[in-house]
Design a protein around this ligand. Sequence first.
Ligand code: PLP
Length: 297
Amino acid sequence: MDTIDERKAIVQQIALSDTQKDIKLDILRLDLIHPVISGNKWYKLKKNLDYAVRNGFEGVLTFGGAHSNHLIATAHAAKLSGLQSVGVIRGMYHELQLTDTLLQCISEGMQLHYVSKENYNKKEEPEWLEFLLKSYPGMYVIPEGGANALGREGAEDIVRIIDREYTAVCCAVGTGTTFIGLRNALSQSIKMLGFVPMKGGKYLEEEVGKYTGAGGWRLFDEWHFGGFGKWNKELVKFMNDFYSKHTVPLDIVYTSKMMYGVQALMSENYFPPHSRILCVHSGGLQGNASVQHELIY
Ligand SMILES: *Cc1c(COP(=O)(O)O)cnc(C)c1O
């Protein structure tokens, strides 16, 4: 049966070579809850979809780029909820240039609406949204990345499967929605560390601060590998080595950069002795299609 099962999100221990400082590292495999609606995307969507169903909307309309994990997750999850879906795509793609992500969205029944980058940037302006919705009446709007109050609340549910013994919880950051949900629901004694895979990603501190207040969290943006979606041989080698050692497949956009950063922090002795660290595997494996030939998994 095609259902989402949050109980499939197991905690996996990562064996560390240097055990002298008594540091333990675990990874929370949210990537296992569903093959398409993987990882954090489900948590950010579930309350939004529920809202759309309960309020009699015919479907949902959301936004994303041509490689967006959020779009595929929305297309599939909307279908399971009996809702239609519309994806507003950043950039005017010709039929022959469609990415794997966009083709999959179409096969999930999502209707695609291409807009120029200039128009895409207006996606939070009420007048532009109103204009857009004239073509799609009855649609409930979910912002890009599921970044709204219901998205943040849904992400809080991830904490239910996180043990209180951890001293630090790490996650990858895109819009910050998952990070904010986790920070707000976790005990204040647990430090939240966010890894931003884009250049200059510290700008997200303002957004995170708006919803969480100060203290108990930190964002790192130094392991971006050239920017969002960019990668090099070193990152690919790290992913392949990580898979060989721990049998955990990482994605090229988010979780590989997080784990690379966590490993760098460990080698700098950032974590004090007796730390108990949990890294959230937020899914996104469909995004590996473009580097499949480089990966051993
Ligand atoms: C979308 C995504 C993120 C970013 O989540 P936000 O809640 O937008 O910060 C992190 N990891 C993966 C694998 C993703 O697909």
